[in-house]
Write a protein of this length. Structure first.
Lengths: 229, 229, 229, 229
């Protein structure tokens, strides 16, 4: 039987950052199920030296999953502080170019590599009381568009999942999901009427990391149950 | 081992329209490789009765691949004729709601179903001497957005592949690919620097038709090597 | 004092179609206030000969406002009929290329001209029970993108207003506006919390028709109070 | 005669930042021509205290034009340094929330205000060797979307001009414009085939700052001669 999506992941070295947060746990599990050699690093990456160290320690990296997250502040625009802004950018934005430049040279040399950024649909659609978070996710998205186009000729594919309403402990902890108001919001705002299961999201990451398809570059794929179309 | 993308296609009935044109042949092949029961119908669908007949004859349809295409006219805006416009819309636009309304009731009743429209990135980015074709592809895209959002609560997922620069005989016949000017255009305009192999595109259709991921709805996914980001 | 937006409209011949429907009346009024010579034609344009006749009778046309509308059906996807589809496309889509090709040659010859299509944000964001209407508006938008790019080198600018929630008798008649449910929907779904006044929309059309700015081409500008961002 | 675009600017206090860079000079000139009371501040705003000081010193601000710019580095992705990244974000991104939170309370209190961010189309379309700059512009755009939606109910309108290929000394200095290769690039990549005159861009800012139209919120308007559609 011919190649199927994810076949090529067997034996590939997949580096997942912040592996105990956001989509980290399910990503590690699902990539491992595909036979990948998962290098899961649990550290937050605000320290400027860490991304390069991480990549150096990892050695060969065929796939980088940039899973960067901090809880989203729900501050009104006029009350956002410099500290909030800096905290969010230091964790979600600044590490991204550090990771990418650490990992790109070996990918370019091999003329093969995948980078998947676990991003947010708030980069595409405005949402109140989310200005800091949205700005950070918007930086990631535009970065991916630029980098994706630049490195495509080297057969390295860089893309981003612009997700929202995916079940994960960082953004939708059990106590939030238990609220009637939250369930009503899901029914009203999300055409799919539910949170995505973590595994559905991880399988989109598998698709984007799959060596069977090398033509999707520089995209932010909305994955939000129809909240963004 | 846990479910992988496309596992659920085994035994599923996949209806592919215009199966000898555009992406039809590779779609039939790749879905069959995934164990699907492929119903390939080669007819163009301009006849208003055909879509309903086709679906009636097919019986159970788990996945509809709306593969609708005619060669793209390269007419200047001021020289487009009514005949050109009508021909393109009659083949690519008008059959779509007929197919969808024929197939939706059974999908809604089963609370499961996938519709994938093989569309075009020209719906998203303007291109000269393509006005008729782009308009038709734009109608498809907006239709998919509206339908995707409407039927998502029934657990039916409708999406579109907004492709360009994918190798297929309808749009990039061998004599075009042989031209030096064409290869230079690829290098200049398409960051990936090449045409996609048909199989890469078909695997994106497999992803969108896969029962393992049911949260992507109403989307037009650009698949154009970075020509659209 | 230097040129202001709309100064150049004085004495310009502005053709407005379907001038008693949709945005027609306010457009005629506001362009006249800017000193334009308004040619207002009230006829629906489903007849294939009419657009060319209209333009021929108008003579010189500096600005074409393609104001095409029929009431939006609220039919569920599976219940849309061929008759509904044909009616909507015959009034909103098919006349557009006929108008454009009738008016373009004189604009290209003069190396000056503006075409503004009064379109819809439903081309950009999926909305349930609006599939026919959205598809038609999507065709308009993609057409404008293609044509806008093609004729830009001739110094003709073609753009579209992707509006929603603008007060007009075709889509928001007084009896709808009087409903409490409608006002609650506005508050919930439209960040601006209200319908736009017709004049606000007409001033955007003035901007797009203004000879002071000739660099905006092939765009669909969302004008929907934040419903689309 | 009824109100025209920009009429309401007479006597309005318009704060323009970095007024000698990027679009600053033409903005000051064109807003003054419309009778506005222009407060032009020439300083770069990397110092975290400056934005608040600036707004405090300005007193009443009816319109904020966030004109933030540094020359765009043309560094390859793998060679971007932390210093480059920090420099660009410190000048173009970090000052934005500081300016907005300084100016918003008075606007919300008066239930009237306009904020226009002079941004970039590179936030929307990937461009090689522009990753740092694009990421910064992407942060601005997503911030504007979020803030625009949040403050719309207070009748404050926040939007962004996503420009490219507009004549200005920061990005297209005379020595660049003189290059044959640059003129060829314009002809090939920009449908309009030229740079926009600074005044055309400033008039779009006038439109977005005009009190005659208060329904456009949270938008990034592409202004790039068709380079983005």
């Amino acid at each position: 039987m011919a190649a199927r999506i994810g076949d090529g992941l067997a034996g590939r070295r997949v580096l997942i950052t912040q592996s105990e947060d956001f989509m980290g746990p399910v990503l590690a599990e699902v990539f491992a199920e595909h036979g990948a050699d998962v290098i899961a690093d649990a550290r937050a990456l605000a320290d400027p030296q860490l991304p390069a160290e991480l990549v150096r320690a990892a050695g060969r990296v065929d796939v980088l999953i940039a899973n960067l997250a901090v809880p989203a502040p729900a501050t009104r625009v006029a009350e956002v502080t410099d500290a909030e802004w800096r905290h969010v950018f230091a964790h979600m934005v600044d590490p991204l170019p550090r990771l990418v430049r650490a990992v790109l040279p070996q990918m370019i040399e091999r003329r093969a590599g995948k980078i998947v950024v676990m991003g947010s649909a708030t980069a595409l659609r405005g949402l109140k009381r989310t200005s800091t978070y949205s700005a950070a996710r918007g930086a990631q998205l535009a970065y991916v568009r630029a980098v994706g186009v630049e490195v495509a000729p080297h057969n390295v594919q860089v893309n981003l999942i612009a997700q929202n309403f995916v079940d994960n402990p960082t953004y939708f902890p059990p106590e939030v999901q238990a609220l009637a108001a939250f369930r009503e919001r899901l029914a009203r705002e999300v055409p799919a009427g539910r949170l995505a299961a973590p595994r559905e999201d991880a399988l989109l990451a598998v698709f984007l990391a799959s060596s069977e398809v090398n033509f999707l570059v520089g995209q932010g794929i909305p994955f939000a149950g129809g909240w963004v179309t």
